[in-house]
Ligand binder design. Structure first.
Ligand SMILES: [Zn+2]
Length: 419
């Protein structure tokens, strides 16, 4: 096969992402998706105001890359895959050298999202793996219809989406660079798809999309980010549901010059250097704090099993920690608004329980104390030992209270109050 084979797609010259097409299709066809999206948006509004980004461990996410190729020309190498993982790790930690290109006016918005990625070292059956699967297919090109995600339709089946970020690399047609499925969809199609000319920084990657930013953008969607202009065409009424990104008319493309204004958004104009705009790879260099917080809610809720290891072991040991706070459905929400004090590895959480007593738990960098779900009681405000919570089993009834020198007895009441 020669490089002039007419069935091969020309590398895109302008960014085009299919995530919103998939989003609209699923909203139209899937009641379950509509319900899951609604629930996650409500959770996000509820939690992002109180979420403390720095209180969470770095979320390290195992990745499987499915290479689906129809010729040697669209097959990416292991080395090319590693360059992509490196870019993801730089971009999501704000460790990319070109973050220095952010204009001074926007510098305070730059966020370290505290997310990292690594090629999976254990496959779904528990066997060692490179985190890379390869399949030769007779299908020359794919679209947003998800055929690439199923072996039966010429692609490769997903690994369990609650344990792995699935990335498919294939030939996408119609100028599409990539697409993602937002959280809330079917596990079998969960993940992101990137065309082979927009993946990694070497090998088959082609300018102006050869710096790995298509994957950064698509993983942003996978962690619940919308396009920065709000996906309303070129109007000024759409929102990306993030407070610190300026209102923006439509997508910016190519490499814009600062400032680029729209929608009366002031002297500084659009945040076109954000990963969720439509610029060339060289022009997109940052996420904002608001975007990082929105992603953190997603990571603390629907994507939690991916990095805590609670959905199953995978390679690198993952500490099992509680979400920053408050927990989405657990003790914190039912017990009132927690106060979090984080310092280095140490996290202290204080909350007033339904028994009016103050309760405390802490994370020392290794584990939660007194236990994953337990709390120690610091007593009611007048110093009295709190009454037993009505309807709850108190752990102290089974285990004797522990005397700690200089402190009141710790009773570790079972206050989890899960429904
Ligand atoms: Zn997109």
């Amino acid at each position: 096969m020669s490089s002039t084979d007419p069935t091969l797609q020309q590398p895109p010259t302008r960014r085009s992402c299919g995530a919103m097409d998939v989003h609209r299709r699923l909203l139209t066809t899937s009641e379950a998706y509509r319900a899951a999206r609604s629930e996650l948006e409500n959770l996000t509004i509820e939690l992002e105001s109180s979420l403390v980004l720095d209180a969470r461990e770095i979320a390290r996410i195992p990745v499987v890359v499915h290479v689906v190729s129809s010729s040697p020309e669209d097959e990416v190498s292991d080395e090319q895959i590693r360059t992509q993982i490196d870019v993801l790790n730089q971009d999501f930690r704000a460790a990319n050298p070109d973050v220095a290109d952010v204009p001074d006016a926007f510098r305070d918005l730059v966020a370290d999202t505290r997310v990292e990625f690594y090629l999976a070292t254990t496959d779904p059956a528990g066997q060692p793996t490179t985190g890379i699967t390869r399949r030769m297919t007779t299908v020359r090109s794919f679209s947003t219809d998800d055929a690439v995600k199923f072996t039966d339709s010429g692609g490769a089946d997903a690994w369990p989406a609650e344990r792995y970020l699935n990335i498919w690399v294939c030939t996408l047609r119609d100028g599409l660079l990539g697409y993602a499925q937002f959280p809330g969809g079917e596990a079998a199609t969960d993940g992101v798809v990137i065309t082979y000319t927009g993946f990694g920084t070497t090998g088959t990657a082609r300018a102006p999309f050869n710096l790995g930013r298509t994957a950064t953008h698509e993983v942003g969607h996978w962690l619940n980010l919308f396009h920065i202009w709000g996906d309303d065409g070129t109007g000024c009424h759409g929102s990306d549901e993030v407070d610190d990104t300026p209102n923006q008319a439509g997508p910016n493309t190519g490499v814009p010059t600062f400032p680029k204004r729209s929608c009366g958004n002031g002297a500084n104009g659009d945040l076109f250097m954000d990963y969720m705009d439509y610029t060339d790879d060289a022009a997109m260099v940052m996420f904002t704090t608001g975007q990082a917080t929105r992603m953190a809610v997603c990571l603390d809720t629907v994507r939690r099993g991916l990095w805590t290891g609670t959905a199953g072991p995978d390679g690198v040991p993952q500490p099992t920690v509680e979400p920053a706070v408050p927990a989405p459905r657990g003790e914190a929400v039912t017990m009132g608004t927690p106060t979090v004090v984080a310092s280095g590895e140490r996290i202290d959480v204080f909350v007033v329980g339904p028994d009016s007593a103050l309760h405390h738990k802490w994370f020392d960098g290794q584990a939660w104390h007194p236990s994953q779900t337990g709390w120690e009681s610091l007593g009611t405000p007048d110093g009295a030992v709190p009454a037993q919570v009505p309807g709850k089993q108190v752990a102290a009834q089974e285990a004797p209270a522990q005397e700690v020198a200089g402190q009141p007895a710790v009773t570790a009441p079972a206050l989890q109050a899960h429904p």
